[in-house]
Design a protein around this ligand. Structure first.
Ligand SMILES: Cc1ncc(COP(=O)(O)O)c(C=O)c1O
Ligand SMILES: N[C@@H](CCSC[C@H](N)C(=O)O)C(=O)O
Length: 441
C-alpha cells in the first residue's frame, strides 16, 4: 500500500506509490531523471558535471557505507531505509547515468551479467527471444540457461541482416537482444531498422541493446529506438578494471519499476563503494575513450598495412563502415585480427609483453586475448564452428599507453612468433586469407 492510501502521514520518500504489480515500493531512490529545463552541455562536460546537495558541498559524492538508515518515525518511510533497497551513493550514480544515457531511469547493479539477469527476469515461460549469432560468451550462456531451464525460446540469427530478424518476429517475441559491434567478430547491427521492424510486428516486444562495446560516449541506443540499454560497467564506464558493475537504462517508468523490483528483491544493486568508483570512472570516460580510440585506429591501420585481416569499424575496409558511423560517434577500441593458424596466434599472444593476456576490455591498459579460448570459451566448439568464429582470432583491447610503444611490442611479438616475413621494406603477414568479408548489412 502506498503512504497516501493507508492514512499515514505523507512519507518523506522520493516517490511513494504502488508499482505496476501492486507492490508498495520500499524507500528507494527517486526515478533518476535528468534535470529538465537547464542547458545541456556537450557529453564530455556532462560526464564530469554533477549537481549534488551535499551538506558540506563535497565535490565528489560521499560513500554512504551503511547497510541501514535511521528512520524519523515508527512508521519508517524515510527516503532510504536499507542499502539493498536504495543508497544515496547509488542514487547519485543512477541519476548521473540516466543523464548521460539519455534515459528516464537508470539502475546500477553488480555486473554486466547481473544487468542482463535483471532484464531477462521480465521474461515468462513460452516467451521468445531473438538474438545474434555472435554474442558475448556470458550472454550466450545465460540465454542457454533460460532456454534449458525456464521455458524461454531463443532464436540465434545473424542480426547483421534485418530480414533474418524479421523472419522470426511474432506475437510471442518478448525481446530482441542486440550487441553492436559484436564481440569478438566486430559485426555491426542496424539498431534503428531492427527496432522499427520489431515494433511494427509486435509493439510489446522489447528491443534491448548491450552497449558495452561503445559506451554512452559513442552511442545512445535509446535514441535509436531501443527500449532498454545495458552495459558492463566493468569496461569503459569504470575504465580501470578495479570494479565489476552493470548499468541498465530505459524510458518506460513501468519497465523501470519492474527492474527495480527485481534488484530490491534479489539484492543485486551496486554497492556504495563500487558506486563511488564507477562514478569516478565515468568522469574521465571522454578523455580515455578519445585516447583509446586513437590508439586503436593506429594499431588497426598498422596490422592491416602489414597484410593481416583486421576487423575494426574505424577501417574503411570494414564491410559495414557506413552503417556503423550512422549509429555511432566513434569506432571504440576493440579490434580483432586473424593469423590463419591457431598455434601461431597463441605464440603471438604469449610473446606480447606490454599487452596483458586478459579477458575484458575498455580499460586504460591494453589487453590481448584469444576469444575462443578465453572470453567465449563457454560457447562450445561445435556452436563456435557453426557461427563461423575463427579459432585463431586474436582480440586486441586497446588502452591509453603510448601508441608507438604498443606497436613496437606488437611488432616484436609478431616477429618472435614467426607470423611475418621480414623484407627490405619492413615485414608482411605470412599466412593470412584475403581481407574480405561475407557479411552484408
Ligand atoms: C559485450 C559484453 N556484455 C556483457 C558483459 C558482461 O559484463 P560483466 O563481466 O561486467 O558481467 C561482457 C563481459 O563480461 C561483454 O563483453
Ligand atoms: N571467465 C569469464 C570470462 C569473462 S569474459 C569478459 C569480457 N566480457 C570479455 O569479453 O573479455 C566467464 O566465464 O564469464
Amino acid at each position: 500500500m502506498s503512504s497516501s492510501d493507508n492514512g499515514s502521514p505523507p512519507l518523506n520518500k522520493a516517490f511513494s506509490r504502488l508499482d505496476i504489480d501492486g507492490h508498495d515500493l520500499p524507500p528507494s531512490p527517486a526515478p533518476s531523471s535528468p534535470q529538465t529545463g537547464r542547458r545541456r552541455y556537450a557529453l564530455a562536460t556532462e560526464l564530469v558535471y554533477t549537481e549534488t546537495k551535499d551538506q558540506y558541498g563535497s565535490s565528489s559524492i560521499p560513500i554512504y557505507q551503511s547497510a541501514t538508515f535511521k528512520q524519523t518515525s515508527a512508521n519508517g518511510g524515510n527516503e532510504y531505509d536499507y542499502t539493498r533497497s536504495g543508497n544515496p551513493t547509488r542514487t547519485h550514480l543512477e541519476r548521473h547515468l540516466a543523464k548521460i544515457m539519455n534515459a528516464g531511469r537508470a539502475l546500477a547493479v553488480g555486473s554486466g551479467m547481473g544487468a542482463l539477469d535483471v532484464i531477462t527476469r521480465l521474461l515468462r515461460p513460452g516467451d521468445e527471444v531473438i538474438t545474434g549469432d555472435d554474442l558475448y560468451g556470458g550472454t550466450n550462456r545465460l540465454l542457454t540457461y533460460l532456454k534449458n531451464n525456464q521455458g524461454v525460446i531463443v532464436h540465434h540469427v545473424d542480426t547483421t541482416n534485418v530480414s533474418n530478424v524479421v523472419a522470426v518476429i511474432s506475437d510471442k517475441t518478448a525481446m530482441v537482444l542486440l550487441e553492436t559491434p559484436t564481440n569478438p567478430l566486430i559485426k555491426i547491427v542496424d539498431i534503428p531498422s531492427i527496432a522499427r521492424a520489431t515494433h511494427e510486428v509486435n509493439a510489446k516486444a522489447l528491443v534491448i541493446v548491450d552497449n558495452t562495446m561503445l559506451s554512452p560516449m559513442l552511442c545512445n541506443p535509446l535514441d535509436l529506438g531501443a527500449d532498454i540499454v545495458y552495459e558492463s560497467g566493468t569496461k569503459y564506464l569504470s575504465g580501470h578494471h578495479d570494479i565489476m558493475a552493470g548499468v541498465i537504462a530505459c524510458n518506460d517508468p513501468d519497465i523501470g519499476d519492474k527492474m527495480y523490483f527485481t534488484i530490491n528483491s534479489t539484492g543485486c544493486g551496486l554497492s556504495p563503494n563500487d558506486s563511488f568508483l564507477l562514478m569516478r570512472g565515468i568522469k574521465t570516460l571522454a578523455i580515455r575513450m578519445e585516447r583509446q580510440q586513437a590508439n586503436a585506429q593506429r594499431i588497426a591501420e598498422f596490422l592491416e598495412s602489414h597484410g593481416f585481416r583486421v576487423r575494426f569499424p574505424g577501417l574503411k575496409s570494414h564491410p559495414q563502415y557506413d552503417l556503423h558511423w550512422s549509429i555511432a560517434r566513434g569506432a571504440g577500441a576493440v579490434l580483432s585480427f586473424e593469423t590463419g593458424d591457431v598455434t601461431l596466434s597463441e605464440r603471438i599472444v604469449e610473446a606480447a609483453r606490454l599487452w596483458g593476456i586478459s579477458v575484458s576490455f575498455g580499460c586504460v591498459n591494453s589487453l590481448i586475448s584469444m576469444p575462443c579460448r578465453m572470453s567465449h570459451a563457454s560457447i562450445d566448439a561445435k556452436t563456435r564452428q557453426e557461427r563461423q568464429m575463427p579459432e585463431d582470432i586474436i582480440r586486441l583491447c586497446v588502452g591509453i599507453e603510448d601508441a608507438d610503444d604498443l606497436i613496437d611490442d606488437l611488432s616484436r611479438a609478431l616477429v618472435q612468433a614467426g607470423a611475418v616475413t621480414l623484407t627490405l621494406d619492413g615485414f608482411h603477414a605470412n599466412n593470412v586469407s584475403a581481407v574480405t568479408d561475407e557479411t552484408t548489412a
